[in-house]
Write a protein that binds this ligand. Structure first.
Ligand SMILES: Nc1ncnc2c1ncn2[C@@H]1O[C@H](COP(=O)(O)OP(=O)(O)OP(=O)(O)O)[C@@H](O)[C@H]1O
Ligand SMILES: [Mg+2]
Length: 234
């Protein structure tokens, strides 16, 4: 579905990605794990075209993404939930959700998608009239993911969905990620919660200072000595 080959990227003089190869097949949950500053978000930003690679190949179902602008990528069904919780603080939960179906083709599904979001996140239903900015951090994270789903994504890009959440909520968010995937959305996830994310992943990549140093199934990487030492404190 998504194939990244020999992707190189620099912010000005700062080279951040080096020959990154990464593939996401339909139906998978694929995770990129790595330390702060490794370049995880930069990979997602290249896919969603928020930044533009200097060289390499980036294809989505045989469409060349390198030639596309970010709004065109959304039209293909690639939706990014950004790092942090960029919801609209002055809008209610329901208004925030509706903003997620800004692409024309998804408008007809708007009310059905709102219902789907409320089923996945009952807490949002209870708070549909509350202003986004007054929601707790975890609730805002749920809202950001739910809003992403309003765009009928074929490929959902999630940037650190578990960041700053309590252990219980982390578990909950990963269960919801699995459920979203089970309902048919392919997911490319970036996480620092290596243990939880490898558990839900079909496959994963380890990124170190902009280079893919390891890849394999979630189970393989959980059992890998380097992963255990570098990320799991074992
Ligand atoms: N807009 C920017 N301008 C210049 N440098 C940037 C910019 N955005 C990111 N960087 C740098 O690029 C490198 C990779 O950043 P990136 O955000 O991709 O890392 P990350 O793996 O997502 O880290 P984190 O886990 O902290 O979110 C970092 O050294 C960062 O400082
Ligand atoms: Mg990041």
């Amino acid at each position: 579905m998504l194939r990244i080959e020999k992707l190189n990227f620099a912010y000005g003089d700062l080279k951040v990605l080096w020959d990154v190869d990464l593939e996401v097949r339909q139906g998978e949950i694929v995770t990129v794990v790595g330390a702060n500053g490794a370049g995880k978000s930069t990979i997602l930003k290249n896919v969603s075209r928020l930044v533009r690679a200097s060289s390499g190949s980036l294809r989505f179902n045989d469409v060349d993404l390198l030639r596309m602008a970010s709004h065109e990528v959304v039209g293909l069904g690639i939706v990014q939930v950004p790092e942090g919780r960029r919801i609209f603080p002055e809008m209610t939960v329901l208004e925030n959700l509706r903003m997620g179906s800004f692409v024309k083709a998804t408008r007809k599904d708007r009310e059905r998608n709102v219902e789907r979001a409320f089923t996945l996140f009952p807490r949002l239903k209870e708070r549909e009239k509350q202003l986004g900015g007054t929601m707790s951090g975890g609730e805002q994270q749920m809202l950001a993911i739910a809003r992403g789903l309003m765009g009928n994504p074929k490929l959902l890009l999630l940037d650190e969905p578990s960041l700053g959440l309590s252990p219980l909520l982390v578990k909950n968010i990963f269960e919801i990620i699995k459920e979203i995937n089970r309902q048919g959305t392919t997911i490319l996830l970036v996480e620092q919660n290596v243990y939880q994310s490898l558990h839900v992943s079909s496959r994963a990549y380890v990124l170190e200072t902009g280079r893919v140093v390891l890849s394999g199934t979630g189970a393989e990487l959980l059992a890998n000595a380097h992963v255990k030492k570098a990320f799991l404190g074992m």
